[in-house]
Design a protein around this ligand. Structure first.
Ligand SMILES: Nc1ncnc2c1ncn2[C@@H]1O[C@H](COP(=O)(O)OP(=O)(O)OP(=O)(O)O)[C@@H](O)[C@H]1O
Length: 373
């Protein structure tokens, strides 16, 4: 297994001729992620030298690919924010998305085309990502309730379940069965609770998705973005896998993401991870629409007292510190879990409940933001 130190050591051999130092010393390598032999990172470059840096990016990718235990490398360049400059310089990877059964293929570096702004799927006005730095903080629960709350407010809503390591939206939105494809290319999504849904879980089953390898996952995500007949949508909510990695990058390269909503519990450790997530989106040039504190307060059934099992207010304080909007608190509540796990989110099941109100408040905050105008 390759580790971070080995990857950094390999990258420290790569010189940026423009600066005269190696890319590690120049602190140009960001968001380094290693997962099961798959390495991804961002190479931060000066906007003016973007094209000239492609050989450096390719060399960095090759250096890491040569390390024992590395199966695939994905390095993308981002430019420092300069007014009017492109946000991300996509590399040309797998333009034709493989079918779900396609064999994994080695990643090869290719020269980038002129920087271009990624396009949203046909008919989709706005794409919003729901992310978390850490697993199990309730990101999918929040995404599902947010989607149905936005639909209840009159928006045309789609949900793309890109949580490829544990696609749970079919279960949460009460949908099952493989989507049909009349011509073998266009995929017809399911629809329930006013939300149009597509999930890798519907194509291959929750368990099978777990054993997929990076390139297949990336191809499947591209396929879900481009081949699903989403129809006209005001907003496509994308439920991302936890953490920072390939899926997040692939999404930002393949859609014009209006912004990311980051879900965290009030705990320190979850917040540290949320911070990393926020950092990655910022590096990708994706705006942060706000932070949501999930599992915030717990109202005891017996005594009616409010408890804070994971602490309280951490996300709000963190949002202030990071200068991102705080979108609201969602209580830790048995009904939220039972409803979500049963296929009808609490916003659908008990729309008048205080728990549903909490989700509606977040949806309203988003509707009021620039992203959904
Ligand atoms: N506010 C809440 N109150 C009670 N239970 C919750 C709440 N939020 C989420 N849960 C429950 O916690 C579990 C994990 O939630 P969920 O799957 O949404 O998390 P996740 O962050 O998407 O996880 P993963 O990253 O593993 O996909 C689920 O059983 C869900 O019903």
């Amino acid at each position: 297994m390759v580790d971070e130190a080995a990857v950094r050591a390999a990258l420290a051999q790569i010189l940026d001729p423009g600066r005269g130092t190696d890319i590690i010393t120049a602190d140009q390598v960001k968001a380094l992620t290693i997962r099961d032999g798959q390495v991804s990172f961002i190479l931060e470059v000066d906007a003016a030298r973007g094209a000239a840096m492609e050989p450096v990016r390719a060399a960095a990718e090759r250096a890491v690919a040569a390390l024992p235990g590395v199966e695939r490398v994905s390095a993308i360049m981002t430019a420092h924010a300069v007014a009017g400059a492109p946000r991300t310089m996509p590399h040309a990877e797998s333009p034709a998305p493989p079918r779900p059964h396609a064999h994994s293929h080695a990643h090869t570096a290719a020269a980038p085309a002129a920087p271009q702004k990624p396009q949203n799927p046909a008919g989709v006005k706005t794409v919003i990502a729901v992310a978390s730095g850490k697993g199990g903080v309730g990101k999918s629960t929040v995404a599902a309730n947010l989607a149905v709350a936005l639909a209840a407010r009159g928006k045309k809503v789609g949900m793309l379940d890109a949580d490829v390591y544990g696609p749970s939206q079919p279960r949460m939105l009460g949908v099952s069965g493989r989507p049909s494809s009349p011509d073998g290319r266009i995929i017809l999504p399911h629809r329930n609770h006013g939300v149009t849904l597509m999930s890798l879980g519907l194509m291959v089953g929750e368990d099978e998705a777990l054993v997929w390898r990076g390139p297949m996952l990336m191809g499947a995500l591209q396929q879900m973005l481009s081949q699903v007949q989403w129809g006209r949508l005001d907003v496509l909510v994308v439920d991302l896998p936890p953490g920072t990695g390939d899926v997040q990058m692939t999404l930002c390269q393949n859609a014009d993401v209006a912004g990311a909503v980051v879900v965290s519990t009030p705990q320190d450790i979850a917040l540290i991870d949320a911070r990393k997530g926020i950092d990655m989106f910022r590096k990708m040039g994706t705006p942060i629409l706000g932070l949501i504190e999930n599992m915030s307060a717990f109202v005891c059934d017996g005594c009616g007292k409010v408890h804070h099992p994971f602490g309280h207010g951490g996300a709000k304080a963190e949002a202030e510190k990071l200068g991102v909007p705080f979108l609201g608190e969602i209580p830790l509540d048995l009904d939220i879990r039972v409803a979500g796990d049963g296929g009808a989110p609490i916003v659908v099941l008990k729309p008048e409940s205080p728990q549903a109100e909490a989700f509606f408040a977040v949806a309203d905050a988003l509707i009021a933001s620039d992203a959904l105008r």
